[in-house]
Design a protein around this ligand. Structure first.
Ligand SMILES: Nc1ncnc2c1ncn2[C@@H]1O[C@H](COP(=O)(O)OP(=O)(O)OP(=O)(O)O)[C@@H](O)[C@H]1O
Ligand SMILES: [Mg+2]
Length: 208
């Protein structure tokens, strides 16, 4: 991976719009040409991040999703911002769409209308052995072309073995924790789960 200069980073930060930041600094920046810069501050030891750069894992996950027919942003490059500290980043093209969290805020009825499709989308992810720990309303986009897409998928894994009902339950428990932390109390989680289990069981019956 190439090392991006401090001047380049400064110029991106000066001309772009900071979308997300935390105590360690900017995390997601939209550049003036529309691309997104995602910076991977790491809590792990710098040595581990140097060996397994998160930006590279993110880029690989974007590829994996595309191979599996799931919409994800196109990552054009992964690079170091500071290789000694293990600070990596990548550039990607945004997906055209709205997060489910925005839809729930602006038009909760629209969210209810697409709930069966959302349940099927999650069931299909699981059927493809894809476990996305951060599968929550901020990381699922409803795209203008009428399908779902994923962002922020650093912690996504494709398992070797089929996912069990236990995995699905754990995935929904994480989603529930997210709703509680964000104090979102108008999301129809139990309806979503009901629809999900109907699809998942239907897929199983078809296989047998
Ligand atoms: N590909 C994309 N297309 C459209 N919008 C995007 C895209 N990527 C990021 N965004 C916008 O930026 C916001 C934050 O991005 P992202 O979810 O990647 O970071 P984050 O939630 O801050 O990261 P983390 O979960 O690691 O703390 C999203 O909620 C979305 O509004
Ligand atoms: Mg996010």
């Amino acid at each position: 991976m190439r090392i991006v200069t401090a001047q380049q980073l400064e110029s991106w930060l000066a001309t772009g719009r900071i979308v997300e930041r935390d105590a360690r600094g900017p995390k997601v920046v939209q550049l003036s040409d529309g691309r997104f810069l995602k910076i991977f501050h790491t809590r792990r030891a710098a040595m581990l991040a140097r060996l397994f750069p998160p930006a590279l894992r993110f880029a690989r996950n974007a590829e994996l999703l595309k191979q599996q027919g799931i919409a994800a942003p196109h990552v054009s490059e992964a690079f170091w911002l500071d290789d000694q500290k293990g600070l990596s980043a990548c550039l990607y093209e945004p997906l055209e769409g709205c997060s489910l969290e925005q839809i729930l805020k602006q038009d909760p009825e629209q969210l209810e209308r697409i709930l069966p499709e959302l349940a099927r989308f999650i069931a299909q992810l699981h059927a493809k052995r894809i476990y996305f720990r951060s599968l929550h309303l901020g990381n699922i986009l409803w795209l203008s072309k009428g399908e779902f897409g994923l962002i922020d998928f650093l912690d996504l894994r494709r398992k070797r073995l089929p996912l069990s009902g236990w995995h699905a339950q754990r995935n929904f428990r994480h989603l529930e924790g997210y709703l509680q932390r964000r104090k979102i109390n108008n999301f129809p989680l139990s309806t979503l789960k009901g629809l999900y289990w109907a699809y998942a069981n239907n897929c199983k019956t078809k296989k047998n």
